[in-house]
Design a protein. Structure first.
Ligand code: FAD
Length: 421
């Protein structure tokens, strides 16, 4: 019989990469992590050259729970001879490109990370998971860790219009755009929408004829990263939140929206300045922000698109036309197709979301000794830090401690938080 792994990870984005990096130091655990891409990639489609992260570099794959781990960002800097010059740049956050480079460097050192290996299906048979991947290879595992990320969200009214000139921002189309002399509409006023709007103003894809950003929000809103709001991104707050009644969790999450889903103040400042500078000598490209509008319908009419909007403040219907529509409409959580055979055994809550324990175990009706962990699937249960990088290393350590049934990573012990609900 071929090797049976203690844990097989599905997907190698940053979250499972963190689990994989911490697991390599554990001799008693055999692990394998499978990724469909040929090498580590982090939202490559949206990798604008200067784009900064929203999270400090110290919250890397391992440091928060294991600061002497060789896969830390500081070790990456030393290994690449950039430690002193990095410090001289005097930054708290790094570019997304540098974060990807760091993660790729880590992934290349891990014996348990296998790329170019799409997981095709997973079955459960006689107490073991059978994972079919790549060109009909099969791995057996006692436990799984689902880390397949979120999928682009397409608003229902836009589905029929999708094509080469109307696409979600996380699409290959964004990298081969030619917007010269086009009427361009960006739907969505979060960080991604703002970045696309700013790059279009700067003629990154060639000078467009007109540029419109549509947002449900009343203005472009800043990410709130003030001290007490940042307390939401601590282990002890997450534990505290987990203990809340499920019926109140969703309203708390809604009220905390701008803690995790806003535009950085620095970027807003750059964007405002870019708009202002255009007004000095005038600019033939019309650029406008339509805020407080909801997309109601999007339709292709011959060579153009008709975009129907609901003006939320005036309670009126509006219509605009475009040659290119870019949907910066975010992402949503969805189990990957390869888990189809197991899905019906997973327990769902009232909102049809998988139930996840405090230690990130999915509740399922089969053998409890066979564990399914899930990362980035528990915003509804664990709170707004779940889809963020801030607590990824801490979550990875909790998962591995749970699997080992001992407190190997002592860094998971919660420091006191100041906010209590
Ligand atoms: C542009 C952008 C910037 C962001 N910046 C920040 C930030 O600065 N700070 C922050 O806290 N959060 C940020 N986020 C949010 C969050 O950190 C990221 O979305 C992060 O990538 C989530 O990691 P993940 O590992 O869950 O998913 P992903 O990064 O999406 O990785 C999932 C991986 O699974 C693979 N996969 C899927 N299905 C299969 C399969 N069947 N077989 C094998 N492999 C599979 C995919 O190819 C992918 O590589 C950002 C999000 C975006 C979109």
């Amino acid at each position: 019989m071929s090797q049976v792994f203690d844990l097989v990870g599905l997907g190698l984005g940053p979250f499972n990469l963190s689990v994989a990096a911490l697991a390599t130091g554990l001799r008693s655990l055999s692990t394998l992590f499978l990724e469909k891409n040929p090498r580590f990639q982090w939202h490559e489609e949206l990798m604008f050259p200067e784009a900064d992260m929203q999270t400090t570099y110290l919250k890397d794959l391992v440091t928060p729970v294991d600061p002497t781990n060789p896969h830390s960002f500081l070790n990456y800097l030393v290994a690449h001879g950039r430690f002193y010059s990095f410090l001289n740049t005097n930054r708290q956050v790094i570019t997304r490109r540098e974060f990807q480079h760091y993660c790729r460097w880590v992934s290349e050192q891990l014996h348990n990370a296998v790329f170019g290996s799409e997981v095709r299906d997973v079955a459960f048979h006689r107490g073991l998971f059978q994972i079919r991947y790549g060109n009909d290879r099969v791995a057996s595992a006692r436990s799984l860790c689902i880390g397949t990320g979120h999928v682009p969200y397409i608003p229902p009214g836009a589905k029929d219009a999708l094509g080469p000139d109307c696409f979600h921002a996380k699409s290959p189309e964004l990298r081969r755009l030619d917007l010269r002399d086009k009427r361009v509409v960006v739907i969505g006023g979060g960080q991604t929408g703002a970045e696309i709007f700013k790059h279009a103003i700067d003629s990154y894809w060639g000078p467009c004829r007109s540029l419109t950003l549509v947002s449900r929000r009343m203005t472009l809103e800043a990410l709130d990263d003030s001290a007490f709001v940042n307390d939401y991104f601590t282990p002890s707050y997450t534990r505290n939140f987990f203990g809340l009644d499920p019926t109140v969790k969703s309203s708390v999450i809604e009220r905390q929206k701008l803690a995790g889903d806003g535009i950085t103040s620095a970027y807003l400042q750059q964007l405002y300045k870019a708009l202002y500078l255009r007004t000095i000598e005038g600019n033939p490209m019309k650029a406008e922000l339509l805020c407080g509008r909801e997309l109601t319908h999007l339709q292709r009419l011959g060579s153009e698109f008709r975009i129907d909007l609901g003006n939320k403040l005036r309670s009126t219907a509006e219509e605009i036309r475009a040659d290119v529509v870019i949907l910066a409409t975010g992402f949503r959580s969805m189990l990957p197709r390869c888990l189809g055979a197991l899905e019906s055994s997973m327990q769902l809550d009232d909102g049809q979301r998988i139930q996840i324990s405090e230690n990130y175990r999915v509740a399922w009706s089969h053998d409890p000794a066979a564990r399914i962990y899930a990362v980035n699937f528990g915003r509804h249960s664990h709170g707004i830090a779940e889809p963020q990088i801030s607590l990824m290393a801490w979550r990875s350590a909790r998962i591995l401690n749970d699997l080992l049934e001992e407190e190997h990573f002592r860094g998971v012990r919660a420091e006191p938080a100041f906010i209590h609900h």
